[in-house]
Every structure is written in C-alpha cells, then in structure tokens.
Design a protein around this ligand. Sequence first.
Ligand SMILES: NC(=O)c1ccc[n+]([C@@H]2O[C@H](COP(=O)([O-])OP(=O)(O)OC[C@H]3O[C@@H](n4cnc5c(N)ncnc54)[C@H](OP(=O)(O)O)[C@@H]3O)[C@@H](O)[C@H]2O)c1
Length: 301
Amino acid sequence: MRTVQITRFGTPDVLQVSEVEPPVPTAGEVLVRVAGTTFNNVDAAIRSGVMTGLIPVELPYTPGLEVSGTVEGTGERVIAFLGVPVGGGAAEFAAVPRELLVPAPRSVPLADAAVLPVAGLTAHQGLFEHGGLRAGQRVLVNGAGGGVGGFAVQLAKRAGAHVIATASARSRAAVQARGADEVIDYTTTALADALTEPVDLLFNNVSGDPADLSRLTDLVRDGGTAVSAPPLPLTDDEAREVHWKVLYVRNDTAQLSDLVKAVDAGELVLDVSDRRPLADLAAVHADGEAGRFRGRVVVTL
Ligand SMILES: NC(=O)c1ccc[n+]([C@@H]2O[C@H](COP(=O)([O-])OP(=O)(O)OC[C@H]3O[C@@H](n4cnc5c(N)ncnc54)[C@H](OP(=O)(O)O)[C@@H]3O)[C@@H](O)[C@H]2O)c1
C-alpha cells in the first residue's frame, strides 16, 4: 500500500511516499481503508523532532492523527482519533482499535469527515469541560479562522453564548456564517479597542508570544476563565482571579458521536478549505507551517 513515512526528523521533505505492506490488525483492531486524514500543527512538531523530548516518537513514523474511511470486510463508514503521537492515518490502510471507531457523518463526503475528531473534540472540551461555558455568557474565540476556532464558534453559538471571534479578512465571511455575533479583524484592530465589555470565557487558539497572549486576560471579567489550546506558559491574573487552563485534547468517542450527530443535523459545518492528495503531504506541511491555511485541509487517499 502507499503511505507516507518519516525515517528521520526534519523539514517537510523528510515526508516521503513509500510502498509498504498493509498493517495487520491485532486483536481488537480492524483494518480501515482510509478516505481522508488531516494536517494538524502538532504533526509538524512531531515531524521536526521537537516533540520527542515530551513524548517519544518511534521511527519510521506515519503521520495522520485522525482518519475517515471504511472498515475492510464490513464497509462501515467510520472516523477515528488515532492519538498523539500515534498517527498512521497517512496511508491507504490503517489498523485502528475498534474502540476508537465512531460512525462517520452521512451528510458530508467521507474524506471531509476526517477534519472532525481533533478539532471538534478540542473545541468541545475547551469550551465546555475547561471553560464551563453556559448559555447567555460572552465568549471570545481567538483564532476563529482555523480548524478548532471554526468549530468553537459554532458550538458556542449552539449553546446559547454571545460569540465574539477574531479573524482576518480571508476568514471573516466563514466565521460570520458559522454564527459569530461579532468578528474582530486581528490584523487591523486591537482587541482591547473592539471589545465593549469583558468576556466570561476567552478561548485562545493562537500560538504566539506567551507574554502577549497572557495579556488577553485583561479582556476577561474578574473570576472568568481563559483556556488555551496551544500549550503555552501563560501567566494568570492572580489579582482578578483569571486563571489560564491549558487544554490537552483527549479522545472521547461519546463526545465525537455527539459531534457527528450535530453535523448530520446541519448544526455543525465542516470548514474544509482544501483537499490535497497524499503525495502532497510534504507541501501540505510546508503550507501549514507557513500559515497559508484557513479552516481545515483534508489529505485524501
Ligand atoms: N492542546 C491540544 O490538545 C491542541 C489540540 C488542537 C489544536 N491545538 C493547537 O491549537 C491551535 C489552533 O489549532 P488549529 O488546528 O485550529 O490551528 P489552525 O487551523 O492552523 O489555525 C489557523 C488559523 O489561525 C488564525 N490565526 C493565525 N494567527 C492569528 C492571530 N494572531 N489572531 C487570530 N487568529 C490567528 C488564522 O486565521 P485567519 O484565517 O482569520 O487569518 C488561521 O486561519 C494550534 O496552535 C494547535 O497546535 C492544541
């Protein structure tokens, strides 16, 4: 089968297409014929080798933290979050523990459904598990043009929150269409100038200078919450009891099933901005690292 592997850490050109034997599922696993996988920022960190200090990555390594596809033999349409740094999605076939499988949404192309697990779960867990968001609250989604932010806007709106989102011109229309009540262009406007009153929850999806991002707590009401998806060393505002919670997405098939239901109910839109073939994976990494993507990009098999 065709796959992309890395045999050493480095720049995107270490991602090489190769022919290998399909994986042989062990007890509890099934063979999934992959339709789609994705690029997440953490894929670049794994590929470059900077993750290895935190989490061991065994070589050869096949990227692809999430997949959509069909189970060989039964034809079930499924999606799965394979785990960090487990991967294995960037291949024609992946051996996936059956317990990770969730029925894929029926209302969208199967390959596109690969964008749901990581970004959808991160958005859900960031807003509700870490952020405790409730109806009627004000939430600021910083970085709403990306994969996680796009879902966060929709889930927050669906939960009855007032949603303020940051996006540049290229993402403004999409973020508005997803339900943001206010969109602030971060390239032209200082957030502090645009916000009329503090928010109950700040959900940060932007990686950057921790000192700058820490100051976003100024936008949160006393005792409010700040959640960051990028795991950065952020500073709390102790005096006003605004504390950062750093999020590490965890797999949860029940939550993922609920997200699938929301997609099929037309309540959650997958913001797929591009579809690229597996052979393009090195270029996808280079584009992703250069910030050339908005929404989510699907890698198709
Ligand atoms: N800890 C975890 O478990 C976990 C899980 C998932 C993701 N993450 C992290 O969370 C972050 C978001 O993930 P993602 O997949 O959504 O990223 P993404 O899709 O790569 O986000 C890209 C978007 O970021 C926006 N952006 C860039 N700089 C910005 C700025 N200064 N202000 C506002 N928006 C800005 C751009 O929006 P425009 O198009 O509007 O310019 C772009 O569309 C990443 O750092 C990722 O590594 C962490």
